[in-house]
Ligand binder design. Structure first.
Ligand code: PMP
Length: 456
């Protein structure tokens, strides 16, 4: 019903879609040639499913600050920043300086080294719930290790995640990430689904799924199975599901339920760490047992980390007779950690606040543009992270956003590219520190012009 209503509200003329594609192709001839070449060595010419879009994705050439240029010389405001990780945009001089200086000294050692410790000190200082950290090479490995140590600590195996929650590409978390609504069961008691082919079917027996922002449903689940649950994992603002902020009360309830049942509460701050000096947990005033990080803490390089309570993290301590084994050849390598230190130093409290204010400006500007165009869309998120939902009504969980007309969304994404705005195809956006209020105003104006194109 909701899907049908959205189809009518956001109807797009086939000729408009064809015109957008034709103009994209004519402006990106070099990217088209590059995509054909890439297809010969990579499936679909890409190495990340998420970055592909029809008719072919751009090939980037160089970036500086909040803009980058493609092979055809078209310049874009980057409002996705490699899925929120490029906090300081492209080629920030301070980060470049730190990396170049370290390159001459060696990229990685199978020893401890000072940049690892220094970045760890920064994370422990910023995030009061974090006593100890461990590094990984990606957010996926961070959440995988967080769940593993939670299972080891509690001696239990069940994990609870949110419907629509994304925690990386580890098998346990490829459950109910973007389930087809017809397969997903009741809204207040979702059926765990495996949406990625190749994941072991049994995974659904160790992962329970709860609806986001629904305290009653989570309470019922914990009353039923809580004593077998190792951890509840939640993104304080769901990213993949559409940049949807949790209610503070919901996170507090999750934390309390976990504590009451002897489970751990894991905050996945891989994306949301950019939203507060001490992460989104500081903004909400919650105290997770474990926190996962990635993206911004690597200054643009591959990274992940997990941290938390001393007693839990100490299970990794190799001085123990039987530690939780954690490996990774490039964990905490010098290049990533010196870049991360520079990125964190460039992000003191007043910068966090300035960036969030720019995000608020962008969110409001886009909402105003939708209204001016007579479109009943909803713009979600918090501070520097923004989600645009072409749906009528509130978006408080995965299902609210999943009814969007995908054809319309794709058309807006393509129209944004034609207006020099590089957003995620799912219409997620984030701002970066090289931006100013004037640049955000320009982006809003271009967003309006993109809507004009789609309505044409
Ligand atoms: N958790 C969250 C909340 C994420 O958004 C992501 C990636 N977008 C991950 C984990 C996985 O991180 P990575 O892509 O570095 O493996």
């Amino acid at each position: 019903m909701a899907i049908e209503m959205n189809r009518q509200l956001f109807a797009i003329k086939p000729a408009t879609g064809a015109a957008l594609i034709a103009e994209y192709e004519s402006r990106t001839a070099q990217s088209k040639i590059a995509a054909e070449r890439a297809r010969k060595v990579m499936p679909g010419g890409e190495t990340r499913t998420i970055t592909w879009h029809a008719p072919y994705p751009l090939t980037g050439d160089k970036g500086k600050g909040c803009q980058f240029t493609d092979l055809d010389g078209n310049t874009y405001f980057d409002v996705i920043n490699n899925y929120t990780s490029l906090l300081h945009g492209h080629a920030h001089p301070e980060i470049e300086k730190a990396v170049v200086a370290q390159l001459a000294k060696g990229t990685t050692f199978a020893t401890a080294h000072e940049p690892q410790t220094e970045l760890g000190e920064i994370l422990c200082e910023r995030v009061s719930s974090v006593d100890l950290v461990r590094y990984t090479n990606s957010g996926t490995e961070a959440t995988m290790n967080a769940v593993r140590v939670a299972r080891a600590f509690t001696g239990r195996e069940l994990i609870i995640k949110m419907e629509g929650g994304y925690h990386g590409s580890f098998d346990d978390f490829e459950v109910s990430v973007h389930p087809a609504l017809a397969m997903a069961g009741p809204a207040d008691a979702p059926t765990p689904t495996i949406d990625v082919r190749g994941v072991v079917r049994d995974t659904v027996n160790s992962v329970l799924v709860a609806p986001f922002n629904n305290i009653d449903a989570l309470t019922r689940l914990m009353e039923r199975d809580g004593d077998s649950v190792a951890a509840i994992i939640i993104e304080p603002v769901m990213g993949s599901a559409g940049t949807i902020a949790a209610d503070r009360e919901f996170l507090q309830a999750a934390q309390d339920l976990a504590a009451r049942h002897g489970a751990l509460f894991i905050a996945d701050e891989v994306m949301t760490f950019r939203l507060g000096y001490g992460g989104m947990q500081e903004v909400y005033g919650i105290t997770p047992d474990l926190t996962t990080f990635a993206k911004i803490i690597g200054g643009g390089f591959p990274v992940g980390a997990l941290g938390g309570r001393r007693d839990v993290m100490s299970l990794f301590d190799a001085r123990n007779p039987n530690p939780v084994y954690q490996s990774g050849t490039f964990n905490g390598n010098t290049i990533t950690t010196v870049a991360g230190i520079a990125a964190m130093r460039l992000f003191p409290r007043d910068e966090v606040a300035r960036l969030n204010a720019l995000g608020d400006q962008l969110r409001k500007g886009i909402a105003d543009q939708l209204e001016t165009h007579g479109l009943p869309g909803t713009v979600t998120g918090y501070g520097s992270m923004i989600g645009v939902h072409l749906v009528d009504g509130d978006v408080r969980n995965y299902r609210d956003g999943a009814v969007a007309n995908q054809t319309y969304k794709r058309a807006v994404h393509l129209a944004l590219l034609l207006e020099g705005i590089f957003a995620a195809p799912r219409l997620m956006m984030c701002v970066s520190t090289p931006m100013t209020p004037e640049i955000v105003s320009d982006i809003v104006t271009r967003f309006g012009r993109a809507l004009d194109r789609v309505a044409a």
